[in-house]
Design a binder for this molecule. Structure first.
Ligand code: ASP
Length: 333
C-alpha cells in the first residue's frame, strides 16, 4: 500500500491572502489613507473626461444592503460601482424580506449565494458588518453601523479638506453638536488624529461622551471655541437615536440658540462642513449652509471618487499594485 505523506508547509501552494474589509478607520494606517486619497484623486481626474465609465471592475458584483435611510451614501456607492463598470444590486430593508422578519444572517447567506465581490452594508446595530463578513465570502464595507463607525464618510471628509485646504496635518477642526450619537464624529476623530490634525469637540455636556479625549481630541463646552478652528464640522441632531424621553437638550429651540452654527459665531474664511442630512435652522443656519465657505456639496462630490477608490482598493490586493494599476487603467480608458 502506498505510503501517505503529509506535505510540508512550504511545499503547499501559497494561501489566499485574508479578505480585506473596511469596517472601521481603525483598520487603516496613515499609508492606507494616503493611498486611498491618491487613488480618489486619480479617479477625480478620470471623471473630468466626457466618457466617465472606467472598465476597472468589469465582471465584479457590488451589493448595497441598507437597513437605514440614506441618500448620499447609497447613491454614491451605487454610482461609484457603476462608474467602475461593476454590476450593482441595491437592497433596502423596506420592501425586502427583512420586512418579513428575515435575520441578518439569513439575508447574508442568501446574498452570499450570488457570490458578490463586495457587500456595502448600513445597519442600526454595531457589529452588523462583521456578522455579514462571517457568513459570506465578500469584502465588506461598513456604510454606517449604529453610532459606531462610518469610515467612508471620514475618508471623503479628509479628501475634501485636503483638496480645499491643501493639507490635513496641523489643521484645527472643531466638531460641533451631537457627538454622543454620531458615528461620523467617531470616525472623523480617529481619521483626523491619524493624519495629524488637531480636533476639538464642542457641544453641550450631555452630548459629548465622557472620556472621549482618550481618542486624541480636546473638548470644549463653549460654542465660542469654534472660532479658533480652520474647519467647523457641524453634526446633525440625531433625534432618531435619542432614547425616548431622554432630555439631552432642553429643546431644539434652546439648542439652536446656544449651539447653532450662525454667521455671527464664525470668523471670515472658516470652512464649514456637514455630513448631511442637514436640519437647516437647527444645528446650522441656512446662511452658513449656503455660503461660499461651506464645503457641503464638495463633500458629496468627494463621496463618489472616494467610494470608487475604496471599492477599487479592496478588490485589488496590495498597496503598490493598487496605485500602479489605477494609473494604468485611467490612462487606458
Ligand atoms: N449621513 C450620516 C450618517 O449616516 C450623518 C447623519 O445621518 O447625520 O451617519
Amino acid at each position: 500500500m502506498a505510503e501517505i505523506r503529509v506535505m510540508r508547509e512550504d511545499l503547499l501552494p501559497p494561501k489566499e491572502p485574508p479578505r480585506r474589509h473596511l469596517i472601521s478607520i481603525g483598520d487603516l494606517g496613515r499609508d492606507d489613507v494616503e493611498r486611498l486619497l491618491g487613488t480618489a484623486r486619480n479617479f477625480e481626474r478620470s471623471l473630468e473626461r466626457e466618457l466617465k465609465k472606467l472598465p476597472t471592475l468589469r465582471g465584479k458584483t457590488v451589493v448595497n444592503l441598507f437597513y437605514e435611510s440614506s441618500t448620499r451614501t447609497s447613491s454614491s456607492f451605487e454610482l461609484a460601482a457603476k462608474r467602475l463598470s461593476a454590476d450593482t444590486m441595491s437592497i433596502k430593508s423596506a420592501g425586502s424580506s427583512v420586512d418579513k422578519g428575515e435575520s441578518l444572517k439569513d439575508t447574508a447567506l442568501t446574498l452570499g449565494a450570488y457570490d458578490p465581490d463586495v457587500i456595502v452594508i448600513r445597519h442600526p446595530q454595531i457589529g452588523a458588518p462583521q456578522l455579514v463578513a462571517r457568513y459570506t465570502n465578500a469584502h465588506i464595507v461598513n456604510a454606517g453601523d449604529g453610532k459606531h463607525q462610518h469610515p467612508t464618510q471620514a475618508l471623503l471628509d479628509l479628501y475634501t479638506i485636503s483638496e480645499e485646504l491643501g493639507r490635513i496635518e496641523g489643521l484645527h477642526v472643531a466638531i460641533v453638536g451631537d457627538v454622543l450619537h454620531s458615528r461620523v464624529a467617531r470616525s472623523n476623530i480617529q481619521a483626523l488624529a491619524l493624519m495629524g490634525a488637531r480636533v476639538t469637540l464642542v457641544g453641550p455636556p450631555p452630548l459629548i461622551p465622557r472620556g472621549i479625549e482618550a481618542m486624541g481630541c480636546e473638548v470644549s463646552y463653549e460654542i465660542d471655541a469654534i472660532k479658533a478652528a480652520d474647519v467647523v464640522y457641524v453634526l446633525r441632531m440625531q433625534r432618531e437615536r435619542m432614547a425616548e424621553g431622554a432630555n439631552f437638550v432642553p429643546s431644539l429651540r434652546e439648542y439652536t440658540a446656544r449651539w447653532g452654527v450662525t454667521p455671527e459665531r464664525l470668523r471670515p474664511g472658516q470652512k464649514v462642513m456637514h455630513p448631511g442630512p442637514m436640519n437647516r435652522g437647527v444645528e446650522i443656519d441656512p446662511v452658513v449652509a449656503d455660503a461660499a465657505d461651506a464645503l457641503i456639496e464638495q463633500q458629496v462630490r468627494s463621496g463618489l471618487v472616494v467610494r470608487m477608490a475604496v471599492l477599487y482598493d479592496l478588490l485589488t490586493h496590495g498597496p503598490a499594485g493598487v496605485q500602479a494599476a489605477a494609473v494604468h487603467e485611467i490612462g487606458a480608458a
